[in-house]
Design a protein around this ligand. Structure first.
Ligand code: HAM
Length: 438
């Protein structure tokens, strides 16, 4: 076998047909639940003015500092663009650009798209990955937070992975609460700098809150003893969080309180949450989100509360596989049409298309003339039935119907064969289900 000249770039992957079964299933579940809850779909461009991300995600965030794929446009006045590393910033930009402020509130939007981060590639961490996400813009009631979290939880349940993840929940309060807390943190960390990793030393100056969710062991030990946010949080923020917890209990969504969860994007306020794998913890969060009440104003709009969530499809798929979940194979071939001789080949062409028009997945090996090669292919693709047409059959107006599962066959009139196959494959074929699993 000759070796290929090229491979996919580091950290990016082809989605091969078997993985598409999972991707299609995830998309279907997300679409279904979002539509039911009144969300409408939005797609923002794969790249934006880099400023959209600098301003929203924050200059001191890992994403903006290290993980953006940026490039310049051509022309006399080149612009700086970035491949989108996440979805919220683009949605907010689109919300403002298209005057969605005029729409009835809340504005509920969802997306299913590729995103790009210059991350260090490892298991579950890629440079191109896919997220499904949803945003609710224009309401501040904590009941909305509970509904957004419930939606994410419900999707996990339907995908069969809810038992493998735990919901980590925290509040990072209002901007004022955070300013007070940052001071407390700086006081606590001052004098302990030598025990911090290089990133955290920097974070002390740029974004002290991020010191709390560093994954380095020494930093985690220090973080566990840091002053708690509770001591500076306003009564209003506490009340919001109390209500959210009550709503989640009411909705029977289990959660774990995690005072160290702050999220890596600067736009959050109040509610923050992530779904962590029960075995791998924060390393492989399958999704996360939170409230971003200040972002729309920061991007040039009127002060408008908002909240959202995004899940990582590659990670969700990995957990579905671990849980032994096999989405129905819509690509399964129900009928294989084999032919021998020119007249039979001519007849089989029309037959193939008629069966496909009836919604039955049908494959033929038009380019292969040997019957042995054709039947070998029918076996390899796991066809449920084969229809075999030779010159003798064509002359006699007959066709051979072979049940590939039972290994039996019969010769029957070709007249009415399409209706007979519809009957045999039944609704299952029309729904393109894997027949032999039924
Ligand atoms: P995020 O936590 O940065 O949040 O990303 C959400 C999810 O995307 C992660 O939990 C993870 O499953 C997946 N993900 C992130 N980076 C990678 C990667 N390099 N490789 C594979 N999967 C990855 C956001 O993006 C926010 N925009 C979520 C949000 C929506 N907040 C409010 N609204």
């Amino acid at each position: 076998m000759s070796s290929p000249l090229f491979q996919s770039a580091k950290g990016v992957h082809d989605i091969l047909p078997n993985d598409h079964l999972y991707f299609s299933y995830i998309k279907k579940v997300v679409r279904h639940h979002c539509r039911r809850a009144g969300y409408r779909r939005i797609t923002t461009p794969h790249f934006e003015d880099a400023g959209v991300f600098h301003r929203s995600i924050g200059e001191s965030s890992d994403i903006v500092e290290k993980e953006m794929f940026t490039f310049q446009s051509k022309g006399k006045k080149p612009k700086n663009y970035a491949l989108k590393p996440e979805g919220t910033a683009g949605v907010v930009r689109a919300y403002l650009e298209h005057g969605m402020q005029q729409m009835p509130k809340p504005v509920e939007l969802y997306y299913i798209e590729p995103h790009f981060r210059y991350d260090r590639p490892q298991k579950g961490r890629y440079r191109q990955f896919h997220q499904f996400g949803f945003e609710v813009i224009g309401e501040s009631d904590p009941a909305i937070d509970a509904q957004v979290i419930y939606l994410a939880h419900k999707i996990n349940q339907d995908l069969g992975i809810a038992d493998m993840v735990t919901l980590q929940l925290n509040t990072i309060g209002s901007i004022e609460d955070r300013e007070r807390y940052k001071e407390d943190l700086i006081n606590y960390y001052t004098g302990k700098e030598r025990s911090l990793c290089e990133d955290c030393k920097r974070r002390m100056k740029t974004n002290p809150l991020r010191l709390l969710d560093c994954k380095e062991e020494d930093c985690q030990i220090l973080a566990s003893m840091a002053p708690k946010f509770d001591s500076v949080m306003s009564d209003e923020s506490k009340e919001r969080f109390k209500l959210l917890k009550e709503y989640l209990n009411e909705l029977e969504v289990p959660f774990e309180l995690n005072t160290q969860l702050v999220r890596g994007l600067d736009y959050y306020s109040h509610t923050v949450f992530e779904f962590w794998s029960s075995s791998e913890g924060a390393q492989n969060a399958i999704g996360g989100g939170g409230r971003y009440d200040g972002l729309i104003e920061l991007m040039g709009g009127e002060p408008t509360p908002a909240i959202g969530f995004a899940g990582g499809m590659e990670r969700v798929m990995a957990y579905m596989k671990e849980a032994g979940i096999h989405p129905a194979n819509k690509d399964a071939v129900a009928i294989f049409v084999a032919q021998l001789g020119l007249i039979a080949k001519r007849k089989s062409l029309a037959l193939l298309n008629k069966l496909r028009d009836k919604g039955i997945n049908t494959v033929g090996a038009i380019g292969k003339d040997s019957m042995k090669a054709q039947m070998g292919l029918a076996d390899r693709i796991n066809a449920r039935y084969s229809l075999i047409l030779g010159e003798v059959e064509v002359k006699e107006g007959m066709i051979i119907l072979r049940d590939m599962k039972k290994g039996s066959q019969e010769t029957i009139p070709i007249e009415g064969i399409v209706d007979k196959m519809v009957e045999l494959c039944g609704e299952n074929a029309l729904k393109n289900k894997q027949l032999w699993e039924e």
